[in-house]
Design a protein around this ligand. Structure first.
Ligand code: NAD
Length: 359
């Protein structure tokens, strides 16, 4: 049976970078005989302009019927004045909630060729390849009750609820262990079990799920130590799994270890393994239409899609190797250019990745 991919170019640099990523997808599709079919739909500001909604019903229908979704980025100043309910970002959030994309996979990979781009010493980060698995639809960002109330003495008090059910923990644990099986088979679960009961349960369920994965090694670390270790010796990690808030913070810190936002892909998965794949960066309106955006994060998102939703590890590896080869050749888009490198445009970078795939 053929596999269906929905392509959502979105706004700003979205269409430019997605165009290159789709060329790469088409290339591996024929090279590896994958039988993938893809079609495009509107999301975000582009969808609002055309239909009055940032997430048209037809886009959602197509998304539900697909095995995976490839997204560029949404948003831009053109739509900043719109009512919150129709802002481009609403389209993205609507996709996440409608498809129940609870597992956010954020790799932090630093190609040795780009080690100088990091703010850390090259020997600490060169060759870094870690994956942060963040729970995306629960925890303190969604827990009830929440709000700001006035106490009897007239003072106001803000409050939120940090809550995770066993089933929510179990499914994110499985997502992390499954991802680890595609990598180096080590999961480090991040908690604050010395203070927070919710993460005592988190830790307990992680141990329980680990028994289903005897081939994967589980360890635990407190979140404050994890933050220190990420900047002290980040290469010690393979997969880190954590809740929504800790993951939000740790994944941004890990992203910055790599020094270039134009290189980082991401995935959001649901229980069926269906996923939405997108670069970590936004729509970069400041450079949209100039042909200088870095398409590599989106191209690497295609590799993630092949690995995590479509079960095509060899094709995923081939794309990642092609990207590495292109960097070896000294080719760089402007955002990652350095002394001695050759600066190329968005489409030239796409050409180079295609050539490396065919080589
Ligand atoms: P941004 O990531 O779009 O841009 C930050 C900086 O990084 C800019 O200087 C930009 O030129 C540069 N940059 C980003 N991607 C690049 C690439 N591929 N190649 C070269 N340079 C790149 O973040 P922002 O400026 O805060 O947000 C711009 C718009 O994107 C906003 O409307 C925001 O809401 C939206 N946004 C969307 C998503 C998403 O769709 N998932 C995520 C973040 C921001």
């Amino acid at each position: 049976m053929s596999k269906k991919v929905l392509v959502l170019p979105g706004d700003g640099i979205g269409p430019e970078i997605v165009e290159q990523a789709v060329r790469v997808l088409d290339q591996v599709n024929s090279q590896f005989n994958l039988g993938i079919e893809h079609e495009s739909a509107l999301l975000g500001g582009a969808a609002y302009d055309e239909t009055g909604s940032p997430l048209p019903d037809v886009t959602l229908e197509k998304a539900k019927a697909s095995d995976a979704i490839l997204l560029g980025a949404v948003g831009g100043p053109k739509w900043d004045g719109l009512d919150m309910s129709v802002r481009p970002e609403k389209g993205l959030l609507g996709m996440r909630s409608n498809l129940e994309l609870f597992s956010n996979l954020r790799p932090a990979i630093l190609y040795p060729q780009l080690a100088d781009a990091s703010s850390l010493k090259p020997e600490i980060v060169a060759g870094l390849d870690i994956l942060i698995v963040r729970e995306l639809t629960g925890g303190i960002y969604f827990g009830q009750p929440r709000g700001i109330r006035t106490l009897e003495n007239g003072e106001r008090e803000g409050f939120n609820t940090y809550v995770y059910s066993e089933s929510e923990i179990r499914r994110i644990a499985r997502s992390a262990f499954d991802a680890a099986r595609q990598r180096n088979k080590r999961v480090c679960s991040i908690d604050k079990s010395n203070v927070l009961e919710v993460t005592v349960l988190w830790k307990e369920i992680m141990e329980e799920v680990a028994k289903e994965y005897p081939d994967v090694e589980l360890s635990h670390m407190l979140v404050d130590n994890a933050a220190m270790q990420l900047v002290r010796a980040p290469k010690q990690f393979d997969v880190m799994v954590t809740g929504n808030m800790f993951g939000d913070i740790l994944s941004d810190a890990a992203a910055m270890l790599t020094g270039s936002i134009g290189m980082l892909p991401s995935a959001s998965l649901n229980e069926k393994g269906q996923g939405m794949y997108e670069p970590c960066h936004g729509s970069a309106p400041d450079i949209a239409g100039k042909g200088i955006a870095n398409p590599l994060a989106t191209i690497l998102s295609v590799a993630m899609m092949l690995r995590y939703s479509l079960g095509e590890k060899d094709a995923a590896n081939a794309i990642e190797k092609a990207v590495s080869d292109v960097l070896d050749q000294g080719l760089r888009t402007a955002d990652i250019a350095s002394e001695g490198s050759k600066t190329v445009s968005t489409s030239q970078m796409g050409d180079a990745v295609l050539a490396a795939l065919k080589a």
